[in-house]
Design a protein around this ligand. Structure first.
Ligand SMILES: Nc1ncnc2c1ncn2[C@@H]1O[C@H](COP(=O)(O)OP(=O)(O)OP(=O)(O)O)[C@@H](O)[C@H]1O
Ligand SMILES: [Mg+2]
Length: 302
């Protein structure tokens, strides 16, 4: 840990959350609620369950009546289509090449969800140029209106694509499993996003937990180091239990919530979807009319 991290001022969790929840409390600070909520699901370490979470959370939210778009932002190694058992003809590589528009590549998924598929095995897409990154978001912005919640499935790690899509989202949900490497990588990701990109508010979901108390322990560990060394707030979104039905459904290319609605993991996803619907939509500065306002702002600041 760097000395500068230790010197960072720690702002109390409750104060920061109440500011987020009641931004109007700040005088002369006009804000508005975006029509489409944009949530990035990210992790640091790979293989912790992001794609499975995006698919199941999307399904659970659509069961609650929300119009959902899943954006596979793991551009070089996208696999949300495989997980859902669909075979889209076109994907984001065609958009980047200028051959298709985003609306032409969106396909239907289970439970009325719409899917924006990525390509797999195209190395060049793992680190897009700034121009291509912006092209995707500007095109997305044109078709986003009917969508209630856009869920972004990021790649693992801290590549420029991962940072870009996280910073572009309104909310960042970090996924960690109880494995030590997953916890340290989740911390490292939040540290980079906080120190370099001023992202100071994160949601945290613990996946593959063996019990509620194990998940709570992971949250407390992360909260402790974050409070000590980083200027961030972490909102705990709960856990998804380790469930063999998840593995079974993935092998069948079905999502567990659809195939085994009574499974323990499916109940966790439904609870998570309800928690997300109940948690307040973050407000954006007045005058910003696109979902990627933060991204534009970041570019201006670079
Ligand atoms: N709650 C769970 N219970 C049991 N197994 C799980 C659970 N969540 C994820 N898994 C297992 O973890 C594997 C990896 O999941 P997934 O592909 O969603 O991870 P990822 O974070 O998207 O990986 P990557 O970083 O490579 O994109 C799944 O194939 C499944 O076997
Ligand atoms: Mg994935």
């Amino acid at each position: 840990m760097h000395t500068t991290d230790r010197n960072n001022k720690v702002i109390s969790l409750s104060t920061r959350i109440s500011k987020q929840q009641n931004p109007e409390a700040a005088p002369n600070n006009k804000k508005y609620k975006p029509k489409t909520r944009v949530i990035a699901i990210t992790s640091g370490k790979g293989g912790v369950g992001k794609t499975n979470i995006v698919a199941n959370l999307g399904y659970a939210l659509s069961r609650l009546g929300k119009k959902i778009l899943l954006f596979d932002a793991d551009l070089g190694l996208g696999n949300i289509d495989v997980l859902l058992g669909i075979a889209p003809r076109y994907n984001l590589s065609h958009v980047i090449m200028g051959e298709k528009s985003i609306s032409e590549i969106i396909v239907d998924g289970p439970g009325n969800m719409k899917i924006l598929p990525a390509s797999s095995g195209i190395n060049e897409l793992t680190n897009l140029s700034a121009g291509h990154q912006q092209k995707i978001l500007s095109e997305l912005n044109l078709i986003i209106d009917p969508v209630d919640i856009l869920l972004i499935d990021t790649a693992a790690g801290i590549s420029s694509n991962v940072i870009y899509f996280n910073v572009s989202a309104h909310e960042i949900m970090v996924v960690a499993s109880p494995e030590p490497a997953s916890i340290t990588d989740a911390y490292a990701l939040m540290k980079v996003l906080s120190i370099k990109y001023s992202e100071n508010y994160f949601k945290l979901l613990i996946n593959s937990a063996s019990s509620i108390s194990e998940a709570d322990d992971v949250f407390r560990q992360l909260q402790l180091v974050a409070n000590r060394f980083l200027n961030i707030s972490i909102e705990y979104m709960g856990h998804v239990i380790y469930d063999k039905k998840v593995v079974k459904s993935i092998k069948q290319q079905k999502i567990v919530c659809e195939k085994y609605p009574g499974a323990m993991a499916s109940e966790c996803f439904m609870a998570l979807a309800k928690r997300i619907c109940e948690s307040p939509t973050p407000s954006l500065p007045d005058g910003s009319n696109s979902f990627f306002w933060k991204n534009l702002f970041m570019r201006k600041c670079d």
